[in-house]
Design a protein around this ligand. Structure first.
Ligand SMILES: O=C[C@H](O)COP(=O)(O)O
Length: 335
């Protein structure tokens, strides 16, 4: 991309925009009408065209995003996409209080004056914590009268490994539902993918969604860095969506490899296929290692190109991140 001042929503028509021929992502075009959640035979026909995936990844990574116009509104938009996260063993009530206040009011008075003028305040989409810290988030949101502004999200289902008995994992979600969280980020048991136990994966995720009910949005973390193949990422994405996930999420942030562009391409393709099949729009949440403006814009751009502008709202797109917000604030200060 060589022109100066290109709006993110104009990039579709710019030279240098990756021209996606989605069917080329697969060696044989996926037979969507064969997909089912009973015998899962279709899984064996999925074969990703690695060379095309590499080409596309290169194209996405080569796009020059440094000349985007209206950086300020893009930075503010990114704040609204963030699930502001702390997932540490040493999280305390005080740590979570500070984080939640930051989610409610990320901009200092001075910065607000500088960049927002008379506009309404900006918040992050959610605060995301371990189950034991949910109570701390709710306490602050209630006290600040901000329960409608920022969602309460908890990781669950034996996060981050998923290596707990199903009964324990389901019970954890049940307890979170009683605490009235808005969103639950469950993690799958990777062994079910690695051993091709697709009906079992479907059944587990479905039971988890049943514990969430309709009101609680369930984001399913695939831990793509541990799924070994692109085919597994695609099939796990489809299975999670068939099982009722409202979002699919790349990573816990604890794997050696977290959110990557090739995984994002495959997940977007699965979301597109699921939309074609069911008419339902499922959200995407890249998470893990996303810490800069450039990282975030690249994901926004990927979603825009692969899924279209309809997906660029916080009901369908989130960025899970612990350190991104501070960097975005620094970028705003530097404007
Ligand atoms: O879900 C969110 C991730 O755990 C955050 O990962 P991060 O600490 O690399 O930003």
């Amino acid at each position: 991309m060589t022109q100066a001042g290109i709006d993110i929503l104009d990039v579709l028509n710019q030279p240098g925009t990756p021209a996606i021929e989605e069917s080329k992502l697969f060696i044989n075009p996926p037979q969507l009408d064969q997909y089912n959640t009973t015998d899962f035979k279709w899984v064996h026909d999925i074969q990703i065209n690695t060379k095309y995936l590499e080409d596309l990844t290169r194209q996405f990574e080569a796009v020059d995003l440094s000349r985007l116009k209206n950086k300020k509104s893009l930075l503010l938009k990114i704040i609204e996409f963030i699930d502001l996260t702390t997932l540490s063993g040493d999280d305390t009530e005080a740590v979570v209080e500070t984080l939640t206040l930051k989610a409610i009011q990320p901009l200092s008075e001075e910065l607000k004056e500088k960049v927002l003028h008379q506009q309404a305040n900006v918040h992050t989409a959610a605060v995301c914590v371990y189950p034991a810290r949910v109570v701390d988030v709710i306490k602050v949101l209630d006290r600040e009268n901000a329960r409608d502004d920022v969602k309460v999200a908890s990781v669950a289902a034996g996060f981050p490994s998923g290596q707990y008995l199903l009964e324990t994992r389901l019970h954890e979600i049940e307890l979170l539902a009683k605490q009235k969280v808005d969103e639950v980020d469950i993690v799958i048991q990777r062994s079910l993918v690695l051993n091709n136990q697709w009906p079992e994966l479907f059944s587990e995720v479905k039971q988890m969604k049943e514990k969430c009910g309709e009101k609680i949005h369930m984001k399913t973390i695939l831990a793509v860095g541990e799924l070994k193949t692109s085919e597994n990422i695609y099939c796990a994405s489809m299975t999670a969506m068939f099982a009722g996930s409202d979002f699919i999420k790349t990573s816990t942030g604890k794997e050696k490899t977290n959110a990557t562009i090739p995984a994002g391409i495959i997940m977007c393709s699965a979301i597109k296929h699921f939309h074609k099949l069911s008419g339902k729009k499922i959200g995407l949440k890249p998470a893990g290692g996303i810490s800069t403006f450039e990282d975030s814009v690249r994901w926004i751009y990927l979603v825009l190109i692969m899924l279209g502008p309809d997906w660029l709202n916080k009901d369908l797109f989130r960025i899970g991140a612990s350190s991104l917000l501070n960097n975005i604030l620094q970028e705003l200060e530097a404007l």
